[in-house]
Design a protein around this ligand. Structure first.
Ligand SMILES: Cc1cc2nc3c(=O)[nH]c(=O)nc-3n(C[C@H](O)[C@H](O)[C@H](O)COP(=O)(O)OP(=O)(O)OC[C@H]3O[C@@H](n4cnc5c(N)ncnc54)[C@H](O)[C@@H]3O)c2cc1C
Length: 340
């Protein structure tokens, strides 16, 4: 059981800035995100694309913004619980009990939901056997590429992830890249490299094929693939990887008794609190008259929510407004020298 002042759901840009705003006023936060990496949409959807409307930063990319936000929260030594979805919340006396998909329990007087468009989840194989073998031969992401060394692998998909992993894993595994169309969606260079590797006999490409069945008892022994006109082919393999993109689901957030308006959470704009005391919603997931789904709006929302979190977490202390330029306390929390 982990006790903290605030449990932040979502490690996107707004969840990260919330950690900063909580940290400088002296509150501890723990962050949970369903993804295997920090950065939310900025990292998952557009790491290389330029952003031009972050105040005082004329241009940055999704990746560099995330890197800088992480740098800014470094002094607070925050724990990030990745690959974990917040499943359930319940009220216990003066605090919230929060349970994750990995059965971790957090106890906190405040929850900040910075869940964006909901949790990103991989699009999965549609055949039933894929569920049976999930995480035991069927994978939708790679946590440790060494696991695949010297294995026979079938990679499904036509986008960048499928192409990039086919290139990478072909260095030390037997790879077959399978796609339902003859054309790949991935960017030019990766596709050229894949074709070159195919010519050199370092990987195989099979198109236009889709998965038809998976064979095996306790582990996968083979799969069959088929064309649109039902021509089938059997392939012996140790595992299959599916890279079909991500779907965004509001997921469990929709079941916590919060008021909802078309998959968004209405909030009070004074402090971004939801209809439940101690639960705040900021960033893309919240809605109010005039809401702009921009990163800069989320930063403002984080600042206000953090101040009310303070009042709830420290009912006996008075919150005092301070500037970071002049507040010794804030500067100490940021690990700066006292004489600065
Ligand atoms: C292509 C593109 C370009 C964009 N360009 C700009 C731009 O130029 N300027 C701008 O201001 N904005 C831009 N945006 C919008 C901007 O990216 C979003 O406003 C911003 O990412 C919202 O941040 P967030 O932290 O609220 O949510 P997100 O970035 O969506 O992060 C939410 C996180 O919460 C996690 N999560 C959700 N539910 C759970 C749960 N139950 N348990 C655990 N984790 C959960 C998700 O996995 C996700 O990582 C762009 C968006 C896109 C798609």
């Amino acid at each position: 059981m982990i006790k903290t002042d605030v449990l932040v759901i979502g490690a996107g840009p707004i969840g990260l800035f919330a950690v900063h705003q909580l940290g400088i006023i002296g509150l501890k936060a723990e962050v949970v995100d369903n993804l295997d990496k920090i950065g939310g949409q900025c990292i998952e959807l557009y790491p290389d694309k330029p952003i031009y409307d972050i105040p005082a930063i004329p241009e940055c990319t999704g990746e560099s913004l995330t890197k800088n936000l992480l740098e800014q929260v470094k002094p607070f030594k925050t724990n990030f619980h990745l690959n974990e979805r917040v499943q359930e919340i319940s009220k216990e006396k003066n605090h919230w009990k929060i349970a994750t998909s990995k059965n971790k329990i957090f106890i906190a007087p405040n929850i900040i939901i910075a869940g964006g468009v909901g949790s990103f989840e991989p699009r999965k194989f549609s055949i039933e056997e894929a569920i049976k073998f999930e995480n035991n031969g069927v994978y939708y992401s790679i946590k440790d590429k060494n696991y695949f060394k010297n294995k026979k692998i079938c990679i499904f998909g036509g986008g960048d992830s499928a192409l990039d992993w086919a290139i990478e894993l072909s260095k030390f595994a037997e790879v077959i890249l399978i796609h339902r169309r003859n054309e790949f969606r991935g960017v030019g260079n990766s596709f050229k490299t894949v074709k070159k590797l195919e010519k050199e006999g370092k990987l195989k490409i099979k198109t236009p094929f889709q998965i038809n069945s998976i064979e095996g008892q306790h582990k996968i022994s083979a799969i069959t693939i088929k064309t649109e006109d039902d021509k089938t082919e059997k392939i012996t393999t140790d595992c299959i990887l599916g890279f079909f993109g991500l779907i965004m689901k509001l997921g469990p957030i929709g079941e916590w008794g919060l008021n909802l308006d078309k998959k968004h959470i209405p909030v009070n704009t004074e402090n971004f609190q939801t209809n439940k005391e101690g639960i705040f919603a900021i960033g893309d997931i919240c809605t109010y008259p005039g809401k702009l789904k921009l990163i800069l709006s989320g930063f403002h929302e984080a600042a206000l929510a953090a101040r009310t979190c303070f009042k709830i977490a420290r009912p006996n202390e008075k919150y005092k407004f301070e500037f970071s330029t002049t507040s010794k306390k804030m500067q100490e929390r940021l690990g700066l020298k006292k004489d600065k």
